[in-house]
Write a protein that binds this ligand. Structure first.
Ligand code: ZN
Ligand code: ZN
Length: 292
């Protein structure tokens, strides 16, 4: 099935919305986000990213969403409410659909992501759930999704990160913490995992592709990135399936970003990284403030 991720995702393009390239009014880290500037001018980094990175000793400057989303879209339902994607008579198994989405995107944009990391990835990891979220889920489904992506078979380290429950309330409050995730097998922590190649010292010098489903504030992504960088990772680039935006925000740029993403064509042949490098006139101007 994964051999033809393109065919698998073709009928489902309407679920996705184009992600704008970074520029004034589009956060340089997460490619969206709320403004908090009192003067109302466009911003280089959004209020969420500012909050979730300012107190960390290490964070990632690179979050690449495949799509934007708002609540009450089918993509949001697939990611958060665990619905199976369906368009007309076409239906897909949820895990297969998400794996095909990542497979297809990575096939087209591996060079974009590796360019941000400064070289090929040595590790692919996902972010474990924390205690206050997904209480019913016995396993973290993103591990299963990533396990289906053939290109990552040799790089996937399923047990790299472990949530520290004490910090779950911090993350739930949309803030980050450098100790919210532990890197398993760190030297000196006495919990080296034997026999499956997962060792914390493997993080030293690693270029990590950190894959997550939904980016809301960056609290999880940045806490996880901080833990990895603290253990010597050379680069962390986050690939997220969707960045949640709030077009009802009082900030006119958030609404403008959502409006613009509806006007742009979504395709797996483009992303917010290579769109920036193309001679795209819209990418040169600040995002429009939404009307009304
Ligand atoms: Zn941001
Ligand atoms: Zn690209």
């Amino acid at each position: 099935m994964m051999g033809d991720a393109e065919a698998f995702t073709r009928d489902f393009l309407p679920l996705f919305r184009a992600v704008p390239p970074a520029r004034p009014g589009v956060c340089r880290i997460c490619h969206s986000g709320p403004n908090d500037r009192v003067d109302g001018r466009p911003w280089p980094i959004c209020a969420s990213c500012k909050r979730t990175t300012e107190r960390l000793t290490g964070h990632t400057e690179h979050v690449v969403p495949i799509s934007l989303t708002i609540k009450d879209t089918q993509l949001y339902d697939v990611l958060v409410r665990r619905r199976e994607p369906a368009i007309g008579t076409a239906r897909r198994n949820r895990l297969d659909f998400l794996a095909a989405t990542l497979t297809h995107f990575f096939r087209e944009h591996a060079a974009c992501l590796q360019g941000l990391a400064g070289g090929p990835f040595t590790t692919v990891a996902t972010i474990p759930s924390t205690r206050t979220e997904r209480p019913i889920e016995a396993f973290h489904y993103m591990e299963k999704v990533i396990g289906k992506v053939g290109a990552w078979a040799r790089l996937h380290r399923p047990l790299l990160l472990q949530a520290v429950d004490a910090y779950a309330p911090v993350l739930a409050a949309r803030d980050s913490h450098p100790a919210a995730f532990r890197v398993l097998g760190d030297r000196g922590q006495g919990d080296r995992v034997q026999g499956d190649g997962v060792r914390g010292d493997g993080v030293q010098g690693a270029r990590v592709l950190l894959v997550d489903d939904l980016f809301v504030s960056g609290a999880h992504v940045q806490s996880a990135a901080s833990a990895l960088i603290g253990r010597g990772a050379r680069a962390v680039v986050a690939l997220v399936i969707a960045r949640l935006v709030n077009p009802a925000s009082t900030d006119p740029y958030s609404a403008g970003i959502w409006q613009e993403s509806g006007d742009r064509r979504f395709g797996f042949d483009r992303c917010c990284v290579c769109d920036r490098d193309r001679d795209h006139p819209a990418a040169r101007q600040p995002v429009r403030r939404a009307r009304g």
